[in-house]
Design a protein around this ligand. Structure first.
Ligand code: NZQ
Ligand code: ZN
Length: 384
């Protein structure tokens, strides 16, 4: 194992009725800015629960954070934070609302000229307004990590930053708030969770059996639970189990001391920036292409996953790789995700644009840093 440091300061408050605990979790003298998305929280009662819990606090509001949160929207919130001297940010919504809020937190304290430099130039974030959240969508794991992914439509960019300064102080996870999710979002979240695990697992042989087994446990549980949510969407336990899996898939436990890939995400983010395809769908599309193109490098881990998670029995190594990729595609299909380039508007022109952008940034993706623009074209031609 490689050397590692691990720190995760997020307090998780999990279960039915936990939103009421907000009044104990938010600092007593806080001036709060509550952030939210397009209004789902007003329809499913979450907004009212939050307002009830925070009756004794001063709470300002900023709504309208869109899926794939936009820089220009978030900068309006930054102005509000500065004007009103907000001391605490409370994100109420999905990963986009929380990611957007992490950026607002960092940008509000940014000393340089343009906070976009945090994303584009990787300027480190050392200070941020404290954050808490009520997360309403099991998918990103943002509730237990220091990542945020922000989009800028003017330049068709979608970029990520990480900082320990934007870890939420607490995250309230009440699985019953997910009953109002459209099943498409549930499916996207399951696909996202699956791919978070494999980005940390389908890399190269590495002598880290505990991390491997943790990843396999998550994948096995996810493959078991996923059909249940579609067969019986009103079952609380299934909702709770899926949420806890999503949270754990990207809280850093799986990758301590190992190598990580993130090429599927890197390419997926570019496709979302170009075409608007949902994050989960973009991953389901790109995964087969990355694994087919990297079959030599990733073969051993692909087959390990196939045998241990999908029960693949093919003895021939190449046949086992193909069978595992097919099983993974079928898993996405079972969620209702029909991931083809044609379905998501990923034309040859889009592929060329993405490749050129990656080369212009001088980025090489993957755990072996061997995926450049030309490889991305190869990958996108192997997706369907
Ligand atoms: O905006 P509202 O009206 O709230 O509706 C949202 C949105 O339309 C709706 N929704 C959320 N919770 C709901 C609900 N509808 C009914 N009931 C509920 N309980 O769902 C839609 C999608 O929401 P969004 O927040 O965009 O989804 P998700 O949580 O999947 O977040 C996706 C974003 O997170 C980034 C993605 O790239 C994308 O920008 N990621 C963040 C990561 C991180 N911070 O660690 C890692 C991920 O890999 C990912 O890249
Ligand atoms: Zn993801």
């Amino acid at each position: 194992m490689n050397n590692f440091e691990y720190c995760n300061p997020v307090k998780i408050v999990f279960g039915k009725g936990q939103i009421a605990k907000l009044k104990e979790l938010v600092p007593k003298d806080a001036k709060i800015l509550m952030t939210y998305g397009g209004g789902s929280i007003k329809k499913n009662g979450v907004y009212d629960q939050v307002k009830d819990a925070l009756q004794s606090f001063e709470v300002l509001e900023f709504g309208g954070i869109e899926p794939n949160p936009q820089y220009s929207t978030l900068m309006k919130a930054v102005d509000l934070v500065k004007k009103e001297n907000v001391t605490f940010l409370l994100a109420v919504g999905g990963g986009s609302t929380l990611d957007g809020t992490k950026f607002i937190a960092a940008a509000s304290k940014y000393q340089g000229e343009d906070p976009w430099d945090i994303l584009e130039k990787g300027v480190p974030v050392t200070d941020a307004i404290p954050i808490g959240d009520v997360i309403t969508l099991p998918a990103t794991g943002s509730e237990m990590n220091g990542f945020a992914v922000i989009s800028k439509k003017e330049t068709t960019e979608k970029l990520a930053f990480y900082s320990t300064a934007v870890f939420p102080q607490f995250s309230i996870i009440d699985p019953s708030v997910t009953f109002s999710l459209p099943l498409k979002q549930v499916a996207n979240g399951i696909a996202d969770t699956f791919v978070h695990v494999v980005e940390q697992y389908v890399t190269q042989p590495f002598n880290a059996p505990l991390q491997d087994r943790q990843a396999e446990a998550l994948l096995l549980a996810l493959v078991d639970e996923a059909p249940k949510v579609f067969a019986n969407p009103d079952d609380y336990d299934t909702r709770a189990n899926l949420f806890w899996m999503a949270t754990q898939a990207l809280n850093g436990w799986l990758n301590v001391g190992t190598v990580q890939c993130w090429a599927i995400h890197g390419i997926g983010h570019e496709l979302t920036a170009q075409t608007g395809v949902d994050h989960g769908q973009s991953l389901a599309l790109v995964l087969p292409g990355v694994w087919r193109s990297q079959r030599k490098e990733k073969g051993e881990k692909i087959v390990q996953l196939g045998r241990r998670v999908f029960g693949i029995t093919e003895q021939d190594f190449d046949a086992a790789i193909d069978a595992t990729i097919e099983a993974t595609k079928n898993f996405f299909k079972s969620l209702g995700i029909e991931a083809t380039r044609a379905n998501y508007g990923v034309t040859d022109e889009v592929c060329q644009k993405v490749a050129a952008l990656i080369d212009s940034r001088n980025v090489k993706m993957g755990d072996r840093a061997n995926i450049d623009g030309a490889k991305i074209i190869e990958i996108l031609n192997l997706c369907d």
